[in-house]
Design a protein around this ligand. Structure first.
Ligand code: BG6
Length: 505
């Protein structure tokens, strides 16, 4: 019998090896549209190869690169080899045997019919049971067309005896405003059901971001404090030291709001603010997130000035190197009014968060690259140490570090040793990878695995995409109106600084 004094132990530990893999995966073919592009060579191909190295891909699989260029299998393999095999070439030849290429014209039904035939023969060769993933690593302007072609050639069909499942992975941006997102979603849903569509957000697949929900909902001690009674404000930042790099054309069209806020920042906000779902599954989690998005207080024009700061980097020094200002970057208009920095105060109008501001900050060409969520608790209600310390005692801060510090830390007050009662602020720290033996999954590796598993928990659902555009559309419209005003609308900050004056990090 359990001793009353000792109490009952509830310790449950999952053997670590069990957490490293997902268990058996369905055999499948992975078709990458845009196979000759940057995303494929930088992210997708290395992620697939790493999964292969760790034995995590299904036993039976093939990768089919599809793009407009005329290449053969060998030439395609050579193109991706450098980024894949540079660290560990030991299994490259084995992996490369599964990699093929098919030239495709995105506007030709005939070409998609040929693609279908090629897939049928690869399906026979690799015994992939008709399961297939179509990854859209192509410019967003082609998404609708490719979805339509897949639909009309029957490649989106599922469960028809020969084909068990067919999944479409859509990279961001999903539209550039509410109207275009609805238009894209309705074009896609003509051919694919929502459970077939995986709208990727690589932030959600980061280990430390996934950990936000575990931290909140697998511990008793924090959740009771996670509300307006104890929290003063929340800071969410994802700032970067790199500038626009070689993405001028894309960035001029998007700017920081479309590039970072409508997607990654909104997900970080939702994970911090959402209610606990009843179970950890895709629909339950995404049902709770959409409630957050629908509770966002609209930023009407009369509240804009006090709640939004927009900036654009000028020339400056980053990491000791002189860098050009945004307007001087190659491919950027010399009078561009695209914001590269934004700080927003966001209010979540619900019972839990009423009166707690969420400050969201993101920008390029800043002093450092840092992503974190910082929970600032309220000060103690009564300063009983006022005689020794004056009236103020630093409130507790809980930081969920995502990059570069993958750690959680909590600052609190302790007594400084000595005769007098003096306080000092100290930090309790947990390093996320401490004592961890297994490989760390990169965000794209996790996204690939979840797509094969058919688990949509870490992907955007259509209603959430649209709810976020509905929130940001008026903000974007207002940006267009005010950004030509360099004094009050779009403030220039030196590259390598901490942001526009008054909104520094
Ligand atoms: C991408 C944006 O989605 O996220 C980039 O398009 C940005 O502009 C990047 O640099 C940041 O991602 P991470 O994982 O480096 O924080």
């Amino acid at each position: 019998m359990e001793s009353i004094i000792k109490g009952k132990s509830h310790e449950i530990t999952t053997p670590e090896e069990e957490c490293l893999t997902t268990g058996p995966l369905d055999p499948c073919g992975i078709v990458i549209f845009g196979a000759t592009g940057d995303l494929t060579s930088r992210k997708l191909a290395p992620a697939l190869y790493n999964l292969y190295l760790t034995g995590t891909l299904p036993d039976r699989f093939f990768v089919l690169g599809a793009a407009r260029s005329e290449l053969d299998d060998e030439q395609f393999r050579d193109r991706i080899k450098k980024t894949c095999a540079e660290k560990d070439p030991s299994k490259w030849e084995e992996f490369a045997d599964h990699v093929h290429y098919h030239q495709v014209q995105f506007d030709s039904t005939e070409s998609f019919q040929e693609l279908k035939d090629a897939l049928e023969s690869l399906n026979e060769e690799y015994q992939t049971e008709g399961n297939r993933i179509f990854w859209l690593a192509i410019p967003p302007s082609l998404y609708k067309q490719v979805a339509r072609m897949l639909g009309t050639t029957g490649l989106s069909c599922e469960g028809d005896g020969r084909h068990r499942w067919s999944r479409l992975v859509v990279e961001k941006p999903v539209g550039r405003d509410l109207e275009s997102a609805q238009d894209l979603n309705s074009a896609v849903e003509k051919h694919f059901q929502e459970p077939q569509v995986f709208r990727i957000d690589h932030y959600l697949a980061k280990e430390t971001v996934q950990n936000v929900l575990v931290f909140r909902f697998a511990n008793t001690v924090f959740e009771p404090l996670w509300n307006r009674n104890f929290i003063d404000r929340v800071e969410i930042m994802a700032v970067e030291s790199i500038g626009v790099a070689n993405r001028a054309e894309y960035y001029e069209e998007s700017g920081v709001i479309r590039d970072m806020f409508q997607n990654h920042m909104m997900q970080l906000l939702a994970l911090t603010a959402m209610e606990p779902p009843s179970i950890f599954d895709a629909e339950a989690v995404r049902d709770e997130k959409i409630k957050v998005f629908k509770s966002l207080r609209p930023l009407s024009p009369d509240r804009f000035a006090e709640n939004v700061v927009l900036g654009q980097y000028g020339p400056g020094v980053v990491d000791g190197e002189e860098v050009a200002g945004y307007r001087q970057e190659p491919g950027i208009a010399p009078d561009s009014i695209t914001p590269t920095f934004a700080r927003l105060r966001v209010d979540v109008d619900n019972w839990r968060w009423q009166g707690v501001p969420f400050y969201l900050t993101s920008g390029k060409a800043l002093a450092e690259k840092r992503t974190e969520i910082r929970i600032h608790f309220k000060p103690v209600p009564h300063a009983l140490f006022r005689d020794t310390l004056g009236l103020s005692i630093s409130p507790n801060i809980l930081t969920l570090g995502i990059y570069p510090d993958e750690k959680i830390n909590l600052t609190f007050q302790t007594k400084l040793s000595g005769a007098k009662v003096c306080l000092r602020s100290v930090t309790m720290e947990f390093h996320y990878h401490e004592n961890h033996i297994g490989p760390i999954l990169d965000a794209y590796e996790k996204a690939i695995l979840d797509t094969i598993l058919g688990d949509q928990t870490l992907f955007w659902r259509q209603d959430a995409v649209e709810a976020c555009w509905a929130y940001f559309d008026p903000i974007l419209n207002r940006c267009d109106e005010i950004c030509s005003d360099r004094e009050a609308g779009l403030i220039t900050y030196p590259a390598g600084s901490r942001g526009p004056e008054g909104a520094e990090l």
